[in-house]
Design a binder for this molecule. Structure first.
Ligand code: FUB
Length: 317
């Protein structure tokens, strides 16, 4: 029989071996987007390929992971390259995903080839793991469609939300947050682009609904922290809720996504905690997220362990 001390050490090792965070240590990953489908959670990330000491993002593709329990992750082999969009020059920046009428729509940020600045495209697939094809053959949003800032990267970080009445909304932006309605085909704007004044808004706006309340979360300040607002509709008016996650120590961004899975709520985010990690070598991680009885989101601490296993019996594929 094992001595208690050795037994304790083995238990600790086993716990470490099953640590959920980061989701993968084989590659560097950033900008999580998540979708729960058929009892399985799918995670979409941008791949950080900058070398050690690199001075800028090097991101050529989005990668897909999935899990039946929020602890064990399958890396799906086929990435989605930025070149899926023939009009894109480079930069597989942040994305978001939704399912509508049996199809999966992936909204992405890329650099446009001919219209200077970042742009938003949309790809579609019959499967959450692809293959994805360009749904329009052109950008949905380009830098010349918005004029609130001088910067060329203010049209980034799409977040897609489909309300209970079927109306789809796209939120995006850097420095200034914008939103627009989408037509039911999910590939065209349906009306004007609106701007929303949010305190110290940087980027990564995200819309979700929980217990009948709308939550607009975003990355505030720089270095970024994740904060949220609540409102009675998908377009506000918004009231400040609080800080969800404090800023990272060695990377200024923190881009997040929030989903409900198998009866619990979760927040995905990125940090720079892998060895040699940092500003352009990030890692996506996940934690359980809790709501107070009043609907307030409780602050979330980053952990190495991640959430407890939550096996979904409905898990398919
Ligand atoms: O990964 C490139 C950019 O950094 C994303 O679009 C932002 O959200 C920030 O994470």
């Amino acid at each position: 029989m094992l001595k208690p001390t050795l037994g304790a050490a083995l238990v600790a090792t086993a716990a470490l071996a099953h640590a959920a965070n980061p989701i993968t240590s084989k590659i560097f990953t950033a900008d999580p987007a998540a979708l729960v489908d058929n009892g399985r959670v799918y995670l979409y990330v941008g791949r950080d390929e900058a070398p050690v000491g690199g001075k800028d993002y090097l991101m050529n593709e989005w990668r897909v992971f999935s899990s039946c329990d929020m602890q064990h992750w399958t890396a799906h082999p086929d990435g989605v390259p930025f070149s899926t969009f023939k009009w894109a020059a480079r930069d597989a920046w942040a994305s978001d995903i939704t399912k509508r009428n049996g199809k999966y729509y992936l909204y992405v940020t890329v650099e446009h080839k001919t219209i200077p600045g970042k742009a938003i495209g949309v790809a579609v697939s019959d499967s959450p793991t692809g293959p994805f094809v360009d749904a329009r053959g052109s950008a949905l949003i380009t830098n010349d469609m918005t004029h609130e800032t001088e910067i060329s990267w203010d049209d980034i970080d799409p977040a897609i939300f489909v309300d209970d009445d079927g109306q789809a909304y796209l939120y995006w932006g850097n420095t200034v947050m914008k939103y627009a309605k989408l037509k039911p085909n999910m590939t065209e704007l349906d009306g004007p682009i609106h701007t929303v004044g949010l305190e110290a808004f940087t980027e990564a706006s995200y819309l979700h609904k929980h217990a009948g309340k709308y939550y607009l979360s975003y990355s505030r300040k720089f270095p970024e922290e994740t904060v949220y607002m609540t409102g009675p509709t998908a377009t506000g008016p918004w009231s400040y809720g609080g800080v969800i996650m404090e800023q990272n120590t060695n990377v200024k961004t923190i881009h997040h996504a929030i989903v409900d899975f198998n009866g619990k709520s979760y927040i995905f985010y990125h940090n720079g905690k892998l060895p040699t990690g940092g500003e352009f070598r990030r890692s996506v991680a996940v934690e359980e997220l809790h709501y107070g009885p009043d609907g307030k989101i409780l602050p979330v601490a980053q952990t190495a362990e991640g959430p407890a296993a939550n096996p979904s019996t409905a898990c398919k594929r």
